[in-house]
Design a binder for this molecule. Structure first.
Ligand SMILES: NC(=O)c1ccc[n+]([C@@H]2O[C@H](COP(=O)([O-])OP(=O)(O)OC[C@H]3O[C@@H](n4cnc5c(N)ncnc54)[C@H](OP(=O)(O)O)[C@@H]3O)[C@@H](O)[C@H]2O)c1
Length: 245
């Protein structure tokens, strides 16, 4: 039977190693903190200049990141959290629209796909199960602003990829989940609100406020640990009911 990494974490049999991309700040930092508080868990962090430093806009970066993480982990990674992502405006009339499209796809989707691929191969080689948690977005379902076609498309792709992995490898104990945050307050509140359209965005959220990184991290922690295997393929919304599917 495949070994369930989360079960090892819960029952204290050895360490569970979790790679979290984009853990230098924002939601990723909250995820790393929440997971790092669990007994028997070792978190491997990543950023462009911190943790295992790799710029995921570079096509060969995911393979380097995975190899370095495996080395730090002593040869076994149990859970992968793909959180690193960019949200860069790209108006339709921008000269570099195509380059922006490619960059967002590379960082948000392709790099995550490469890491998922390496994780699945790693678990298959070891003959064990594992868990993947992909941080997508409400935009995957709702769409985004006219300057963010690429962002919404990358996150829609992430949800579809997650479901595909869940269906393909569940029998091997390899589980995959996605989380779709809505607006989530990272960094300074004023800057954050301004970058997302100001006070008007709050009027669209029945809860009356944006999510906190800690709320997203709580969902990720659940998916990494206690979420039952039958949940594989599930997508959790964290958006204050601003988009109810
Ligand atoms: N905040 C929101 O409202 C919201 C809503 C829905 C979904 N999300 C998703 O949640 C995830 C985290 O978002 P966030 O708001 O916490 O973002 P953030 O505060 O901007 O942090 C982004 C993280 O990704 C890393 N990163 C960015 N570009 C990278 C690159 N080229 N290569 C490697 N790492 C890179 C950053 O590393 P450095 O520190 O080194 O730059 C940082 O750790 C993203 O996938 C985002 O799409 C966020």
């Amino acid at each position: 039977m495949p070994v369930d990494a989360s079960a090892r974490a819960r029952h204290g049999r050895g360490m569970t190693t979790i790679l979290v991309t984009g853990s230098s700040r924002g939601i990723g930092a909250a995820i790393a903190t929440a997971l790092g508080e669990l007994p028997g868990v070792r978190v491997l962090g990543h950023g462009t200049r911190s943790g295992i430093a790799e710029d995921l806009s570079q096509p060969d970066a995911p393979a380097r990141l995975w190899a370095a993480a495996l080395q730090q982990a002593g040869g076994a990674i149990d859970i992968l959290v793909n959180n690193a992502g960019i949200f860069e405006a790209s108006p339709l009339d921008a000269d570099d629209w195509s380059e922006s499209w490619a960059r967002t796809m590379q960082v948000n989707l392709t790099a995550s796909a490469e890491l998922c691929r390496l994780a699945v191969l790693h678990w298959q080689e070891r003959g064990v199960g594992g868990r993947i948690v992909n941080i997508a977005s409400r935009a995957a379902y709702r769409g985004d602003s006219p300057s963010h076609w690429h962002y919404a498309a990358s996150k829609g792709g992430m949800v579809a990829m997650t479901k595909t992995i869940a269906r393909g490898y569940a029998a091997q104990g390899i589980l995959a989940f996605a989380v779709c945050p809505g607006f989530t307050m990272t960094g300074m509140a004023d800057d954050y609100l301004a970058s997302r359209g100001g006070d008007k965005l709050l009027a669209d959220i029945p809860l009356g406020r944006v999510a906190s990184p800690e709320e997203v991290a709580a969902a990720v922690r659940f998916l990494c640990t206690d979420a039952p295997p039958s949940m594989t393929g599930a997508v959790l919304d964290i958006n204050g009911a601003s988009y109810v599917r």
